[in-house]
Design a protein around this ligand. Structure first.
Ligand code: BES
Ligand code: MN
Ligand code: ZN
Length: 494
C-alpha cells in the first residue's frame, strides 16, 4: 500500500473513491460541500434524513455520484468539530482504512488534511494520517495456512490544499512511512511465537536487516564471548534454557566518526516462563511478547537507517529465554554481574533486570551520549499506568523531559516516575550487594532502581513498556511501540 501527498481537484479526479469528512450536527467539510453541490445535494440529503450522523469513525459509501469523475464518495464521520484533536484525527483514519478493507476499492483520495485541529500543521496531519493508515493496514497471517487476508487497496493519495505546504508534507510522509516500517518489523517479531522467535532468530533478523544499509553493522556475541566478559547475571537467566543466549549489537553510523552515539538497549526475553519462580498458567502465552523491547529497538534501527539520520546510534539487545530446568537458577542463588556487583536472585521471574544490567555495563564501551533502555519489565507498570503510556525513569532530568516531549509529538506517550534513592533500600540483601526484587511496593520504581546501580557512568533513561507493547484479548498482538517514541527522540537530536 502506497501513500502520497498531492494537490488535487476533487471535481475532476478519476479516483476510485474520494473520501470527505462530515462532522456531527450535519456540518459538511469544505470538500464535502463542493462535492455536494456537484452531485445534486446527495450528501446533504443523506445527512438531513439522519442516515449518516457524522459520529466519529462512522463511514458511508455513495456509489456512482453524479457530477464527479470518481466512482465513489466515502463520507467519514469526524464527530464534534470542537473536540477534534490529533488522537481523534488518527482514529478517523483507522476507521477509514478498516472500512476500505471491506471493499474492493483499489485507490482513494483523502480530503482530510483540511480538517482543523488546533496547533497542528498540514505536515503534522499528513504524518499522523499516514501513520494511522499504515498501522491499520498491518496484518500478521504468515503462520496461517489458508485464507490470507489481502487488502485490495493499493494507493492512497492525501490531498493537500496549499502548494507551500508540499515540501514539509512530503517530509512528514517520509517520516511516517519509515516509522511504520520499523513498527511492522517490531510487531512481526513480537507476534512470532517463542518456538520460532528465539534469541538466535532475533540475531539472524538483525543481521539480515543490516545488509540493506551500508551505514549499519551487526555483531552477535555468543555464550563463550559473554562468559569472557563475565556477564554472570545475564548468563544466569539463559542457563535453564536449551536456547543459547545472544547479545546483538547493531551499530548505525550516520554522524561523524567521533560523534558519541545514542545507545538503545532492548530487553529480549523471547519467552518468560518465570523460571523456577514459575508464572501462573493463565495468559502465559503472552510472555512471548517479553522481547518487545528488543523488537522495538531493532525496528527503530530500521527506521533510523531508512531516514538516514545524521547521528550515530547503537542498539544492544540482550536476548535469552527464561525457562525452568535442572540447570536453571534457583531462588537464593547469588551471581556476579559484569560490573562486579553481586546479586541475590530472590525471584527468577525478575529476569529482565538481570539481563539488562550486564547489557547496560557493556554499553559503557561505546562512550555513549545517552543510553535508553526499553523493556516489558514489570507487571506493576501495567497496574500503575494501564496501557495508554509507558513509564520513564531517568538519572537525568533533561533526558526525561526530552522523552516526554518525544512522546507527545509522536503520540507514543510516556509518563515520568520518580527514581529517588529512598526506594533503593528495598533492594537490600543479607547475602549479596543487592537483591533482584524490592517487594510489593512500587515495583516499577524498584526495578529501575536496580538498573540505576549499573548506569552511573552516563546519562540514562529506562522506559517500561509492559502496558503498551501489546494488546490482549480479541485484538491480541504487538503494537510496535515504542518505535515512534524512540524515533522521535532520535530525530529531535539531529
Ligand atoms: N516480563 C515480566 C513483566 C510483565 C508481566 C510484563 C506481565 C507484562 C505483563 C517480568 O519479567 C516479570 O515477570 N516481572 C515480575 C517482577 C517481580 C517478580 C518482581 C512481575 O512484574 O511480576
Ligand atoms: Mn519475568
Ligand atoms: Zn520478563
Amino acid at each position: 500500500m502506497d501513500i502520497r501527498v498531492k494537490i488535487t481537484q476533487a471535481t475532476s479526479l478519476k479516483s476510485a473513491c474520494l473520501i470527505v469528512a462530515i462532522h456531527e450536527k450535519r456540518q459538511l467539510s469544505p470538500s464535502a460541500k463542493v462535492l455536494d453541490s456537484l452531485c445534486n445535494k446527495r450528501i446533504s440529503h443523506l445527512v438531513k434524513k439522519g442516515d449518516f450522523d457524522g459520529k466519529l469513525g462512522h463511514t458511508w459509501l455513495l456509489d456512482n455520484p453524479d457530477g464527479v469523475a470518481a466512482e465513489r464518495i466515502m463520507l467519514v464521520g469526524c464527530g464534534s468539530k470542537k473536540k477534534l484533536n490529533i488522537k481523534a484525527y488518527r482514529k478517523i483514519h483507522c476507521h477509514i482504512l478498516n472500512a476500505l478493507k471491506k471493499t474492493n476499492i483499489k485507490d482513494v483520495t483523502l480530503y482530510t488534511t483540511e480538517l482543523e485541529i488546533k496547533d497542528a500543521s498540514t505536515a503534522e496531519k499528513v504524518r499522523h494520517a499516514s501513520e494511522a493508515l499504515l498501522e491499520t493496514s498491518y496484518s500478521f497471517d504468515e503462520l496461517k495456512s489458508g485464507n490470507k487476508k489481502t487488502i485490495a487497496l493499493k494507493s492512497i493519495t492525501l490531498n493537500i490544499e496549499n502548494k507551500r505546504d508540499l515540501p514539509k508534507a512530503q517530509q512528514a510522509l517520509k517520516t511516517a512511512t519509515a516509522i511504520a516500517t520499523g513498527m511492522d518489523i517490531a510487531r512481526r517479531l513480537g507476534n512470532l511465537p517463542g518456538n520460532i522467535c528465539t534469541p538466535s532468530y532475533l540475531a539472524k533478523q538483525a543481521t539480515n536487516q543490516a545488509k540493506s544499509c551500508k551505514k549499519t553493522r551487526v555483531t552477535v556475541l555468543g555464550e563463550a564471548e559473554m562468559k569472557k566478559l563475565k556477564m554472570g547475571s545475564l548468563l544466569s537467566v539463559s542457563k535453564g534454557s536449551r536456547q543459547p543466549p545472544k547479545l546483538i549489537v547493531i551499530e548505525y553510523k550516520g554522524g561523524k566518526t567521533k560523534d558519541k552515539p545514542y545507545v538503545l538497549v532492548g530487553k529480549g526475553v523471547t519467552f518468560d516462563t518465570g523460571g523456577i519462580s514459575l508464572k501462573p498458567g493463565a495468559a502465559m502465552d503472552e510472555m512471548k511478547f517479553d522481547m518487545c523491547g528488543a523488537a522495538g529497538v531493532i525496528g527503530t534501527m530500521a527506521t533510523v537507517s531508512k531516514l538516514q539520520l545524521g547521528i550515530n546510534v547503537v542498539a544492544i539487545v540482550p536476548s535469552v529465554e527464561n525457562m525452568p530446568d535442572g540447570a536453571a537458577s534457583r531462588p537464593g542463588d547469588i551471581v556476579t554481574s559484569m560490573s562486579g556487583q553481586t546479586i541475590e536472585i530472590l525471584n527468577t521471574d525478575a529476569e529482565g533486570r538481570l539481563i539488562l544490567c550486564d547489557a547496560l555495563t557493556y554499553a559503557e564501551k561505546f562512550n555513549p551520549k545517552t543510553v535508553i533502555d526499553t523493556a516489558t519489565l514489570t507487571g506493576a507498570c501495567v497496574v500503575a499506568l494501564g496501557s495508554h503510556c509507558s513509564a520513564v525513569l531517568s538519572n537525568n532530568d533533561k533526558l526525561a523531559q526530552d522523552l516526554l516531549k518525544a512522546g507527545t509529538t509522536s503520540g507514543d506517550r510516556t509518563w515520568q516516575m520518580p527514581l529517588w534513592d529512598d526506594y533503593q533500600d528495598q533492594l537490600k540483601s543479607n547475602f549479596a550487594d543487592m537483591a533482584n526484587i524490592g517487594g510489593r511496593e512500587a515495583g516499577t520504581i524498584t526495578a529501575a532502581c536496580f538498573l540505576a546501580r549499573f548506569t552511573k557512568k552516563y546519562k540514562w533513561a529506562h522506559i517500561d513498556i509492559a502496558g503498551v507493547a501489546w494488546h490482549s484479548g480479541a485484538r491480541k498482538g504487538a503494537t510496535g511501540r515504542p518505535v515512534p517514541l524512540l524515533t522521535q527522540y532520535l530525530m529531535n537530536q539531529t
